[in-house]
Write a protein that binds this ligand. Sequence first.
Ligand code: PGA
Length: 230
Amino acid sequence: MPKLIVANFKMHGTQAFIEDWFTNFPLEKALSKHVVVALPATYLASFRDYGLCLSGQNVSSMEKGAFTSQISAEMLKDCGASYCIIGHSEAREQLNESNESIHDKYLQLKDANIQSIFCVGESLEVKESKMTESHLEDQLSAFDNDSEGLIIAYEPIWAIGTGLVPTISEITEVVTNIKERFNNPVKVLYGGSVNASNAQNLLEKTNIDGLLVGGASLNPQEFAKIAQLC
Ligand code: PGA
């Protein structure tokens, strides 16, 4: 089963930077449907024909209407996105997103035929008080056990951008719990300080179905080394 490798550019890049990135990204065409690039929304349409799958980084929980500043699922679709990250811890915290509103985003994306990448993850405080399992369950509570076709990204907040990565057994345990919660197969990605040096070990030694890569994805050569592992 091929792995899914997702680059999360966050709020980085310009038109020129992303053109350069694609020029220097030496990926074989055969792998291109397993490699996804989550660009800032303003650049999606410009890069729709560059051979990789595109993802939004967030979406409105509403379909359309008087929601100044927001971007709908249909708009993302129009710009060429086939995936969209939702519930990223940075959006949860900086935009005050609730579990309910994130689930509404999921429903909007489903209607627009866009695959969600639904992020969950615990803070260091939650981890240290051994509450990770109940915290993740709370984040997933809007999904019933029979939900189908989910892609969940497990991203411990304390591992994002810090160089810290959970142990193989910690990741395996969390991923097993998430998979066992659902009656249908779900894909679980891992994200948090993934780079070209640790990606292979994470993919080979745990039960993850792919990776969500932030900082290391901005370097096309480094991201290509990770993407080749799919
Ligand atoms: P990082 O970010 O790879 O820079 O830790 C991952 C993410 O936030 O998706």
